[in-house]
Design a protein around this ligand. Structure first.
Ligand code: ZN
Length: 1011
């Protein structure tokens, strides 16, 4: 039986079991989902619902009417029409206005401000429940807090049962994190009204039994831009409307990939609300799949750190939801398929990682409020075992239909949740308890971040991520020693050299390690150990996994990506070490010693760049060699700072988390100036998300820069007059060079403006604007970039923009190979330092982990116009058939023998030496000084995988990962990795920052090949 057939059978059995469980949970005397005939309905509103619903089966008995209320306003009070009406898309402000009207009119509604966005807009959470429940929120929260942290009740199950029987659970719903998915706000306005007003027993049970918490708009900045676009579209009905190129200030779709790093305000605000309310569910609403795909029971593989209690809940809730809606006769409701549940980066996963239940709906949206005939992809309407009642191939679809599905799904979910709340609250307690007992169950006992890590600034940043995740952090007050278990010896191949064998012997012995006082300890006997474990552990995605299309990143190990030391400790003795809780991890730094010259060791920490720009008038130099001063050892690239007052310097160093030593005399070491380069960051009008993560990082580091589009580059014929360094971060979606140059076709259609007008007051924010988004860089822009580099500028590119730089001839000696079977999906890979003397490498060690997503495979060639090729060593160097033994020279009868010259051995990241034949009339031989300098290469095949999925890794193993290419008087710095990504890769930021800080000395320490 092959693997797939086997897994299919297992799945089938699993399903039968689930249906049995679900059936048992649904009792026979369930409350029917029908309206209360005694309560009058709002006739006008109900008629409109009917009118805007395009087919009767796109509705349900729960939402095909609106109960009337004398004192509580219905959504039309603000919208001017019913929720989901065609042509109506409210701004966040209008949604809030309505929620606050509800709060004013009904004691069953309370509105809370939960923070602001990057652009200063408010985020809210609306609680809807019975008057009684809302009156006793604090007592209830105290009960839930005890279930959330079972240490407070000494893990006493009987006490937990008592609390479970008294507590009211919290069900948290979040809408429109993805701005073009527009339906949720109106659906949630009407849902809040129904929950507050409807007197049918079905709804009353929800109201009395559950506290529904609603954040109607998660991406508020993006919502307002989207409404602008829709208004523009209404005002210009015959024209194409501009695509929503910016959602939030920094990122678009990736705002739903931030639940690991928590770098965006919206993630932080939702996370704080979820954890603060001690909610049991986080249910996030999306719109990209017809008609309702409940991702609650997503596809495999499941994240390894979630509790199996949760995966059972997913199946139970997901399949029950499908069953309930199927019974209403609503087509196209399904669960299970489509995407895997591996990455914890999704917003809803905040719940999964904090002992709750994560849920996600994809309903069907039209990206606006037009009613349209939609034609589906065959993959979307095919009947599968998990989609027995698929959508129709063609559908007339309205925003009201979407609102019907969203509300019906949510109401049945809330009702089911209420019916099973004792079970689900008990599960909440059990998951929390099992998080606390991690050290004595699956382990580990703790993670330790040593107090003597050379990168304390990055260590602080990693700890701050954990604090934003509400993870408790402790600090050792005394040194302590723990044991590490022997590493399991890998099955050895027959041949094993002596060195490997020796190493294995060493690994096989248990080792102990002493950690100094001041080391940070992340104890695993705490309620939120799960998220810490998931972020700090390693990930392994098997190339044999039946899931062949990972939906997102497969690896993310934070210690590796932050370039800080993290020890996974299974020895329970670690928990007995003397330690104290740290309430707030803050950067610590400053200056020690006497003298007016300050030296800072370079450990590739981003704070160095912050310091450079903060102390604009100070003189800073970088040492080109390691040195010793003031009794300390300094790495290559360390800073020597002059002409700044001690107190100013001390304050700035402290804020940046950097430790400095004052010296009375400068060390005698070769240096070059480290100037504050003038920086531009270039974006396209195709996509701004991937560069958005770069922008966010650079803003956080307080490095000033001009934010310009490729169109601006096309117009500026003297870029050198304004900039020293141009960052051209990845465009995303593997954009081709042609697309970057041409942009979007302008041969037809209308201009697509991105600028503020009366219809679109929110589009620009603090970002960029244009009269027409369509034109790209253009050939003028290409020429301007070429001339910028030729005249001494530094251009930094990564992944797809590195391809672009090569395609416009900026690096003759570099080519990109075509992958045959390589599959590296958002993984953490090992790299190795090749040229430690390069300023780009300042502060880095021999080994560095980096983020790679099928990065370009660079190869080098010393011959201009010649393509580099892959030299896997497969080509035969063994002797041909002939006389003698294998090591003997062959002979030719009748003449003296000729010894063949020895073939030089060349590594994959090196230039093949120029052969004698190539030197003959060698006009194409690239002079050594013009060849690329290899800064980092990918590790050998066996060391390539740090975390995630690596398949066919030998195709990129050992190839250059970061290259510094001299071009004219300037440089192009090419990345195959993405060094700045989702706030998760801070350990590689300094590769970019070093380039900026040493922009006019990049050739420092360069050793040239002979020829
Ligand atoms: Zn979405």
């Amino acid at each position: 039986m092959n693997r797939n057939a086997w897994s299919f059978r297992v799945r089938d059995c699993f399903l039968l079991l689930l249906f049995a469980v679900t059936a048992a949970l649904a009792s026979a005397d369930e409350t029917a989902p029908v309206r209360d005939p005694k309560q009058p309905i709002n006739e006008g509103y109900t008629a409109k619902i009917k009118k805007y619903t395009t087919a009767p089966y796109f509705s349900s008995p729960l939402v095909d009417y609106l109960p009337a209320s004398k004192n509580v306003p219905a959504p039309d009070a603000v919208l001017g029409d019913v929720a989901g009406a065609p042509g109506i898309l409210p701004y966040a402000e209008d949604v809030y206005k309505y929620m606050r009207l509800l709060e004013k009119a009904s004691p069953r509604v309370k509105v809370y401000s939960i923070g602001t966005t990057e652009e200063g807009r408010e985020m809210i959470a609306v609680a809807v429940s019975s008057e009684e429940n809302l009156k006793h929120l604090d007592e209830n929260r105290a009960r839930l807090a005890k279930l959330a942290d079972p240490r407070t009740i000494k893990l006493d199950d009987a006490e937990a049962d008592r609390l479970v029987s008294q507590a009211t659970p919290i069900y948290y719903i979040t809408g429109t994190i993805h701005s073009p998915e527009t339906g949720a706000p109106t659906a949630l306005m009407e849902l809040a009204y129904r929950l507050a007003v409807d007197e049918s027993p079905y709804i009353r049970e929800i109201r009395d039994g559950v506290i529904t918490l609603i954040t109607p708009v998660v991406e508020v900045d993006g919502r307002d831009r989207m409404v602008d676009i829709y208004r523009w579209h209404l005002a210009h009905p015959k024209e194409f409307y501009p695509p929503l190129i910016y959602w939030g200030k920094y990122v678009a779709h990736d705002n739903n990939r931030d639940a690991m790093g928590v770098t965006l305000k919206l993630t932080e605000n939702v996370l704080n609300t979820y954890v603060g309310w001690k909610a049991q569910v986080l249910h996030d609403l999306h719109e990209s799949v017809p008609y309702l795909y409940d991702n609650t029971a997503g596809d495999g593989p499941f994240n390894a750190w979630v509790d199996p209690i949760l995966t059972d809940e997913w199946e139970m809730i997901g399949w029950r939801n499908v069953a309930d809606m199927t019974k209403f006769g609503m087509p196209g409701v399904f669960t299970h398929g489509v995407f895997d549940t591996w990455s914890p980066g999704y917003l809803m996963f905040i719940a999964a990682m904090h002992n709750g239940i994560s849920r996600l709906y994809e309903t069907f949206g039209n990206g606006g409020a037009d009613t349209e005939e939609r034609t589906l992809d065959p993959a979307d309407y095919s009947r599968t075992w998990w989609r027995q009642n698929p959508p129709f191939p063609k559908t007339l679809w309205s925003q009201r239909d979407n609102n019907n599905y969203e509300q019906t799904g949510l109401l049945t979910s809330l009702h089911f949740f209420n019916e099973n709340k004792r079970l689900l609250l008990k599960n909440f307690y059990l998951k929390s308890k099992r998080s606390i007992s991690k050290p004595t169950e699956e382990g580990p006992a703790a993670y330790v971040l040593p107090g003597d890590d050379p990168r304390l600034e990055l260590q602080t940043e990693l700890l701050q991520v954990l604090q934003r995740q509400h993870v408790e952090i402790s600090r050792a007050t005394l040194p302590f020693t723990v044991a590490f278990p022997p590493k399991k010896a890998k099955k050895s191949s027959k041949k094993e050299d002596a060195k490997d064998a020796k190493e294995k012997e060493k690994d096989a012995e248990p080792a102990t390690r002493e950690f100094p006082a001041g080391s940070f300890v992340i104890r695993m006997d705490q309620p939120y150990s799960r998220i810490a474990d998931a972020l700090l552990d390693h990930q392994y995605w098997s190339p044999d996994d039946p899931q062949k299309t990972p939906y997102d990143d497969t690896g993310w190990t934070f210690g590796e990506l932050f370039n800080v030391k993290v020890f996974r400790v299974t020895d329970p003795k670690v928990l007995e070490a003397a330690m104290e809780r740290v309430n707030e991890v803050k950067p610590v730094g400053g200056v020690q010693g006497e003298g007016s010259i300050f030296a800072i060791n370079n450990n590739a920490e981003p704070g160095l760049a912050t310091l450079r720009y903060k102390l604009r008038d100070a003189s800073m130099e970088a040492s080109e060699e390691p040195f010793e001063a003031g009794g300390k050892k300094f790495n290559r690239g360390s800073l020597i700072v002059r002409r700044v007052g001690r107190s100013d310097f001390d304050r700035a160093a402290n804020e940046a988390g950097l430790h400095a030593i004052a010296l009375s005399a400068a060390p005698s070491v070769k240096t070059h100036p480290m100037r504050a380069a003038r920086v531009a960051l270039v974006h396209t009008w195709l996509s701004t998300q991937t560069e958005g993560w770069w922008r966010l990082a650079i803003d956080n580091l307080k490095i000033p820069y001009d934010y310009i589009s490729t169109q601006t580059v096309g117009r500026n014929d003297d870029l050198n007059a304004k900039y020293d360094v141009i960052l051209f971060p990845p465009v995303g979606f593997n954009s081709s060079s042609t697309t970057i140059i041409n942009g979007t076709a302008t041969g037809w259609g209308n201009p697509l403006p991105w600028k503020n007008t009366t219809e679109t007051p929110n589009l620009v924010g603090k970002n960029d604007s244009t009269d027409d988004m369509r034109p790209g860089l253009g050939w003028e822009g290409v020429a301007h970039l070429q001339s910028f580099v030729a005249k001494g500028g530094v251009l930094v590119t990564a992944t797809d923009t590195s391809r672009f730089a090569l395609s416009i001839g900026l690096a003759d000696s570099v080519s990109i190979g075509t992958a045959q079977k390589m599959n590296i999906v958002g993984s953490v890979l090992g790299t190795r330092l090749v040229d430690a003397a390069s300023p780009i490498a300042y502060g880095y060690d021999e080994k560095l982990s980096a983020y790679c997503d099928n990065g370009p495979i660079f190869s080098l060639s010393s011959i201009a116009g010649g393509r580099g090729f892959r030299r896997l060593g497969g080509h035969s160097t063994s002797r041909p058939t002939g006389r003698g033994t294998v090591d003997d020279p062959d002979f030719t009868v009748g003449r003296p023998g000729a010894e063949a010259p020895e073939e030089p051995t060349v590594e994959l990241w090196e230039y093949p030496p120029v052969s004698d034949e190539q030197k003959r009339n060698g006009y194409r031989v690239i002079p050594p000084a013009t060849r690329a300098r290899v800064i980092l290469r990918y590790a050998d095949s066996k060391d390539l995988l740090i975390s995630g999925l690596v398949e066919g890794g030998d195709e990129i193993a050992q190839h250059p990962a970061v290259l510094d290419v001299p071009a004219g008087k300037g440089h192009v710095v090419l990345f195959s990795i993405n060094p700045v990504y989702r706030g998760e890769t801070r350990g590689t930021y300094s590769l970019v920052l070093n380039t900026i800080l040493n922009f006019d000395s990049l050739d420092a320490g360069r050793k040239l090949a002979e020829k």
